[in-house]
Design a protein around this ligand. Structure first.
Ligand code: AMP
Ligand code: GLY
Length: 423
C-alpha cells in the first residue's frame, strides 16, 4: 500500500523507520522529510499545510493512507479537507478532525473540556483583552509562580511561568496586547502544579483506544534541567516512576474520561492523543493535550513498539482498533538529541555533519538535517536524535552518549545527564 507521511522532524523519521518495516508498506512518501527519512522512503517537496497540493499528490500516486506528524496541519483542518473533498474522501487520514485538534490548538478549549468531563488539571481562568482588569485582579488571588498560556499555537513558546506578581501582570498585558499575535488574544492563567512530568500516548478511533509505551522528555537546554525550554533534548521509555498504580489512575481518571468526552461532544478523532501529564503527590494531572505524537518521545516510543505500526494505524479507519494488541519491547529505549550551537536562540545552518557512518548500536533519527550531494548538513536547531536500547536505562544512555561523541559538526551540543536523575 502507498502511504503519505507529513512532516520533517525526528518524529517523522521515527514514523518512517517503523512504517518501512511493515510488510504492508509498499511505497512510503514523506512530505517534505529530511536526510534521514530519505533512507526509508521517497521525500517529496510539498508543505504539510498545502492541502490542495497534497490532495493532488495523493490522487496521482494512489495514496491509501495519510499520516500527519505535526499539529499545524491538523489544527488547520487537514482531516476535514480530505473527508470533504471529492476524490479524497476514500483516503483515510490519521489525525483528529479540526474540532478534535482544538484539544491542542486552543488551551482554553482544552481546559473547558477537562473541566466538563472531570479530568484532573490545574485550576484556571481565561481572559481576553476586554477582561484585562479582571485578569490582573485574578493574578493577585494566586500564589506564585504564575502560569500564563497563550490560547493558540505559538511555536512552543506560548507558556510563560513567572515568579513575581509584577512580572506576571506585565506579561499578561503584553500577551493580550498581541505578543504572540492572535495566538494570545485569549490567555489562560492557571494554578502552578509542582511535580514530575511524563508523557502518555494513545491511538484512538474516537471509541476504542490502545495505549502505547509511555515516555519522559527533557525540555530544558541545560544539564540539571536548567535554562530555556527547547523542543526536547532527549527522552526515555519506560518511565521508572510510571508504576502500575499510577498508570491505572491515568487510565481511569484521564484517558477514559477524555475518550468519553470526545464521544459526548460527537468529535471525530482518528489519531493520537498525547497526554502531557504531571504527577503531584502521587496523582496524575493533565498539563496539556497534544493531538499528535511527541518529539522526541516518538524516537523512544516506536522503537519500543513491537507490533506492526501500519497494521495498528489501518485498524483506526476500519473500526478494528478494539481487537488489536500493541506489544511493547521490555527493554529501555533512550534518545539523546544533538543540537546546533546557540539553540534554542539563534544558530547557524548548513554545517557539515561527519561521523554518521561510525554509529554503532544506536539508531540515528534525523531532525534538522538536509542532504546536499554526498554531504549531510545541519538544517535546524535540533539536528539528530540518537536512540539506543538497553537492558537498563544507564545501559541505553551510555550507548547513545558514546555515539554522540562520534558524530561531529561544528557547534554540536548535547546533554550528558538525560535520564540519570531517575536512575
Ligand atoms: P507547553 O509549552 O504547553 O508544553 O508547556 C511548557 C511547560 O510548562 C510544560 O512542560 C510544563 O513544564 C510547564 N507548565 C505548564 N503548565 C504548568 C502548570 N500548571 N504548572 C507547572 N508547570 C506548568
Ligand atoms: N515533547 C513535547 C512535544 O512534542 O510537544
Amino acid at each position: 500500500m502507498n502511504i503519505l507521511l507529513l512532516g520533517n522532524g525526528g518524529r517523522e523519521h521515527a514514523f518512517a523507520w517503523k512504517l518501512s518495516q511493515s510488510p504492508l508498506c509498499s511505497k512510503l512518501y514523506i512530505a517534505p522529510g529530511n536526510a534521514g527519512t530519505a533512507s526509508c522512503g521517497e521525500n517529496v517537496p510539498l508543505s504539510p499545510e498545502d492541502f490542495p497540493a497534497l490532495g493532488d499528490f495523493a490522487q496521482q500516486h494512489q495514496i491509501e493512507l495519510v499520516i500527519v506528524g505535526p499539529e499545524a496541519p491538523l489544527v488547520k483542518g487537514i482531516f476535514d479537507f480530505f473527508a470533504s473533498t471529492p476524490g479524497l474522501q476514500t483516503i483515510p487520514v490519521i489525525g483528529p478532525s479540526q474540532e478534535g485538534a482544538q484539544l491542542e490548538g486552543s488551551k482554553a478549549y482544552a481546559k473547558a473540556f477537562m473541566q466538563e468531563f472531570g479530568i484532573p488539571t490545574a485550576a484556571y481562568q481565561e481572559f481576553s483583552a476586554s477582561r484585562l482588569e479582571e485578569g490582573l485582579a485574578y493574578l493577585t488571588t494566586l500564589p506564585p509562580p504564575y502560569v500564563l498560556k497563550a490560547d493558540g499555537l505559538a511555536a512552543g513558546k506560548g507558556v510563560v511561568i513567572l515568579n513575581s506578581l509584577e512580572e506576571a501582570q506585565t506579561e499578561l498585558r503584553a500577551m493580550l496586547g498581541g505578543k504572540f499575535g492572535s495566538a494570545s488574544a485569549t490567555v489562560v492563567i492557571e494554578q502552578f502544579l509542582s511535580g514530575i512530568e511524563f508523557s502518555v500516548f494513545v491511538l484512538t478511533d474516537g471509541k476504542d483506544w490502545q495505549l502505547l509505551p509511555e515516555a519522559k522528555d527533557y525540555k530544558r537546554i541545560g544539564e540539571g534541567d536548567t535554562g530555556p525550554n527547547t523542543g526536547g533534548m532527549g527522552a526515555i521509555s519506560p518511565v521508572p516512576f510510571a508504576d502500575a498504580q499510577l498508570m491505572d489512575n491515568v487510565r481511569t481518571r484521564i484517558i477514559e474520561p477524555t475518550i468519553r468526552g470526545i464521544q459526548a461532544r460527537g468529535i471525530t478523532y482518528h489519531g493520537f492523543i498525547f497526554f502531557g501529564l504531571i504527577r503531584v503527590d502521587g496523582d496524575p494531572y493533565v498539563i496539556e493535550y497534544n493531538c499528535r505524537m511527541g518529539d522526541p518521545e516518538t524516537e523512544v516510543v516506536f522503537p519500543r513498539l513491537k507490533s506492526d505500526l501500519l497494521e495498528l494505524l489501518l485498524a483506526v479507519p476500519s473500526g478494528k482498533l478494539g481487537s488489536t494488541y500493541p506489544e511493547a519491547d521490555p527493554r529501555t529505549a533512550a534518545t539523546i538529541f544533538l543540537v546546533s550551537g546557540g539553540y534554542p536562540e539563534a544558530y547557524e545552518k548548513g554545517i557539515a555533519i561527519t561521523g554518521l557512518e561510525g554509529i554503532e548500536d544506536s539508531i540515528p533519527f534525523h531532525a534538522g538535517t538536509i542532504q546536499e550531494g554526498n554531504q549531510v548538513k545541519t538544517n535546524g536547531g535540533r539536528v539528530l536524535a540518537l536512540t539506543s536500547y538497553g537492558a537498563s536505562m544507564p545501559d541505553a544512555l551510555v550507548r547513545s552518549l558514546r555515539n554522540a561523541e562520534k558524530v561531529k559538526f561544528e557547534g554540536k551540543y548535547y546533554r550528558k545527564d538525560i535520564g540519570f536523575d531517575l536512575v
